[in-house]
Design a protein around this ligand. Sequence first.
Ligand code: 6PG
Length: 247
Amino acid sequence: MDNRTMNDRKRQLEVLPDLAALVARALEQVMAVAEEAIAQRGQFTLALAGGSTPKPLYGAIAQQNLPWDAVHVFWGDERYVPASHPDSNEGMARQAWLDQVPIPPSNIHAMPTDEADPALAAERYDATLHRFFGTTAGDFPALDLILLGMGDDGHTASLFPHTTALQVRDRLITVGNKDGQPRLTFTAPFINQARHVLFLVAGENKQPALSHVFAPDDDAALYPSRLIQPQGSLTWLLDAAAGRSLP
Ligand code: 6PG
């Protein structure tokens, strides 16, 4: 396994030979955080990434023997479609994982996409998170783990380049925008509150954006993944195709 680890105490970059190895390493990390969280706080709170890369990881988690009643699942972003829609991040995670395990339905905290106005849905999910964590507006509760992907334009969650969502700093959830299509998304400050953030990035097409995200100085408005600087640990897991050009 080709591991190049950055020297920062809580910053880790690992380049794995292929997607299967990346998924295996990600599973190790998810299970380690889950074990720590349940031992220390009696529950494991994690937010899922959408897209295609994490799907095999969700299938692998479904095979694990976790205390499912202690696991609470949120989503870091969602396309503004019903769960039955092929683009739905909720639908993908249910099909790949959540429908395969005896997790209490009340532990699955999906983003609402049934409001005519996505801003109202964002407010509802913001309230759902504050209610769950016992916090109020202006607080930023810490999830145990946030899984993230990165698009070939450097976006993460639904924080897309040069969109207003990048400027939102006073709440947990906001409305993202991809080519005019609304999304719901965690805000950057909420992501940065997490105890652990784990990026899963695979494929040759991610190389150019990664070089900008990892550059010492570049434009976060153009490469929003640069905004993710959590106070907790930050781990990037790349496959060789994505990580080839990194110094
Ligand atoms: C989404 C995701 C998004 C995704 C990246 C990478 O809703 O699409 O949350 O941020 O993680 O676009 O997607 P892939 O893993 O499919 O490359």
